[in-house]
Write a protein that binds this ligand. Structure first.
Ligand SMILES: Cc1ncc(COP(=O)(O)O)c(C=O)c1O
Length: 445
C-alpha cells in the first residue's frame, strides 16, 4: 500500500451521523481506514492492521481483488444501469443460475435485493404472498428468536431479537411477531463447534404454535449460526427439529444466511453444513465480497410457482422490488465472486482452515478477561467479562485491540472474529497474537 495513504482527518467530522456508532466517542478519537489490500487495512496514522472480521463479514476473499474491481469497471463502461422492473439484462439471469447451483434442495428461484435487510424484508413479503396464493391468508405471524440480527428495516427489526435494536422502535414494529428463546445455554461455555445439549430449545416453536394457533403462523426465521450477537452455534439436532415442526404445521422455514452464506461454515450455505434444508434463504455480504451492495433471496420452486399461478398471465405477480435490485455493477461483482469461489476452491479452503482457526482462538481461553469462547467454521465469538455496564468491556477491548493492529466487529461485550477465507496459517497466528496483546493491554488498564 502506498505511503501517501496516511491521509488526514477530514475538515469536519460533525456532519456525518455514523450508523451503529458511538458518534461522540469516535469524533474525539477517530478511527479512519485509508487503504485495504488482501487481509490488511491501513489506518490514518499509517498503521497496518489485520482485518479479523472480513470487514463486516463481507470481504472474505480479501480486499482489493482485481478480478472483482475490473469486472465492475468493465460493466459500468458497457452498461451502467437498467431499470429492473419489466426490463432486464443478461447478467442478473446468469447470476441467478450460478447462485442456484449452490443453494440446497430446489431453492432455485432467486430474487435480488440491495442488502441483507432488504433480503429479509423481501423474504417476509414473499412468504405472505405465498400463503395468500395458497388460500392461507390468515397466516400473518412471524416467529423470530431472541438475540437474532436480521437487519434494520421495520420487517427485519421486528423479527430480530437484540434488545437495543428493538426497544426504541417498539411502537412501529410489525404486529404479530413472537420470539423463541435463544439457544445459548449455561453449559455451552467454551464449547468448540456444535453444543451437544439444547436441541430441545426448538420446542419453543411448538409451544408458540399451541399458544398462538399454528394456522396463523406464516414463517419461522433463524440465522443458522446467530452471527452478529456473537456466533451462537446451533445445538446438534436443533435446526432439524425446527424443520420438523415447520413441516408439521405448514410453516415456512427461513434461514437468514447473510453471514453464514457463501462459505463461512466450510459449505456454501450453513444449510448444507448442518444438513437441514429451509424453504427460503436470505444472503448478502459475501455475495459481492462486500464491494458493492447486493442481497438475494432464494426460494423453493413451489413457492415461486404458487405465487406465479395465483396471478393471471400478463399481470405483475409480486408487487415488490427495489430500484437497485440486482443492478449491473452488483451483478458483475457477484459473478466475479462466483468465479473466484470455483477457481480457488474457497469452501474447501475454509473447511481445511477451520480447525486451525478454532484451536487458535480457543487458546485465548487463559486470559483473565475472557468469559467464554464459541465458534464454528471461520466464525467465533469471544465474550469479555462484564465491566460496570453491558458493552463497556467489549468496546474498551475492541479499542485496545485496534491500537495493537487487529480490527474486528464487537457487539456488546462480544468480540466477533471472522477471518478472511484467503487467510494462511501465518495470518491466523497474527490475529491471535494481536488479540492476545490487545486483550492483555485492556486487562492492564
Ligand atoms: C444475519 C443477518 N441478516 C441481515 C443482516 C442485515 O444486512 P445489511 O446490513 O446488509 O442490511 C445482517 C447484517 O449483519 C445479518 O448478519
Amino acid at each position: 500500500m502506498s505511503s501517501s495513504s496516511t491521509s488526514k482527518i477530514p475538515n469536519s467530522l460533525q456532519e456525518h451521523w455514523m450508523p451503529f456508532s458511538s458518534n461522540r466517542d469516535f469524533k474525539e478519537n477517530p478511527r479512519l481506514i485509508t487503504e485495504a489490500k488482501g487481509v490488511y487495512l491501513k489506518n490514518h496514522h499509517g498503521k497496518m492492521m489485520i482485518d479479523a472480521s472480513s470487514g463486516l463479514f463481507c470481504n472474505p476473499l480479501g480486499h482489493g481483488r482485481k478480478e472483482i474491481t475490473n469486472a465492475v469497471a468493465k460493466q459500468l463502461e458497457q452498461l451502467d444501469y437498467v431499470q429492473p422492473f419489466q426490463q432486464g439484462f443478461g447478467g442478473s439471469f446468469e447470476l441467478a443460475r450460478r447462485i442456484s447451483k449452490h443453494t440446497p434442495g430446489n431453492l432455485n428461484r432467486i430474487f435480488f435485493t440491495i442488502c441483507g435487510s432488504t433480503a429479509v424484508e423481501t423474504a417476509i413479503k414473499i412468504v405472505i404472498a405465498y400463503h395468500k396464493a395458497k388460500g392461507q391468508g390468515q397466516r400473518f405471524r412471524f416467529v423470530g428468536r431472541e438475540r437474532a440480527y436480521h437487519g434494520m428495516n421495520i420487517g427485519a427489526t421486528s423479527v430480530g431479537g437484540m434488545v437495543n435494536n428493538v426497544k426504541t422502535f417498539a411502537s412501529v414494529l410489525m404486529p404479530g411477531v413472537v420470539h423463541m428463546r435463544h439457544t445459548h445455554l449455561k453449559d455451552h461455555k467454551f464449547v468448540k463447534g456444535q453444543p451437544t445439549t439444547g436441541a430441545e430449545m426448538a420446542e419453543d416453536l411448538e409451544r408458540i404454535c399451541a399458544n398462538f394457533g399454528s394456522e396463523n403462523i406464516a414463517a419461522c426465521i433463524v440465522e443458522p449460526i446467530a452471527g452478529s450477537t456473537g456466533a451462537l452455534v446451533p445445538p446438534k439436532g436443533y435446526l432439524k427439529r425446527l424443520r420438523e415442526i415447520c413441516d408439521k404445521h405448514g410453516i415456512v422455514l427461513i434461514f437468514d444466511e447473510v453471514i453464514t452464506g457463501w462459505g463461512r461454515t466450510g459449505s456454501a450455505f450453513a444449510s448444507q453444513e448442518f444438513g437441514v434444508t429451509p424453504d427460503v434463504i436470505t444472503m448478502a455480504k459475501t455475495t459481492t465480497n462486500g464491494v458493492v451492495p447486493l442481497g438475494a433471496v432464494a426460494v423453493k420452486e413451489e413457492i415461486y410457482d404458487a405465487v406465479m399461478d395465483a396471478s393471471p398471465k400478463g399481470a405483475v405477480e409480486l408487487f415488490h422490488g427495489y430500484t437497485y435490485s440486482g443492478i449491473p455493477a452488483s451483478v458483475a461483482a457477484a459473478l466475479a465472486v462466483q468465479d473466484i469461489f470455483e477457481k480457488e476452491n474457497i469452501f474447501k479452503k475454509v473447511k481445511e482452515m477451520s480447525p486451525y482457526f478454532l484451536d487458535a482462538i480457543f487458546s485465548l481461553k487463559d486470559l483473565s478477561a475472557v468469559d467464554n469462547i464459541r465458534g464454528y467454521g471461520m466464525l467465533a465469538g469471544i465474550d469479555i467479562k462484564l465491566k460496570e455496564k453491558p458493552g463497556k468491556a467489549g468496546f474498551e477491548c475492541f479499542k485496545a485491540c485496534y491500537d495493537v493492529g487487529v480490527n474486528f466487529k464487537a457487539t456488546g461485550d462480544c468480540l466477533i472474529i471472522a477471518p478472511q477465507f484467503i487467510c494462511e496459517k501465518k495470518h491466523i497466528d497474527e490475529i491471535i497474537e494481536k488479540l492476545r496483546s490487545g486483550i492483555s493491554n485492556y486487562i492492564k488498564k
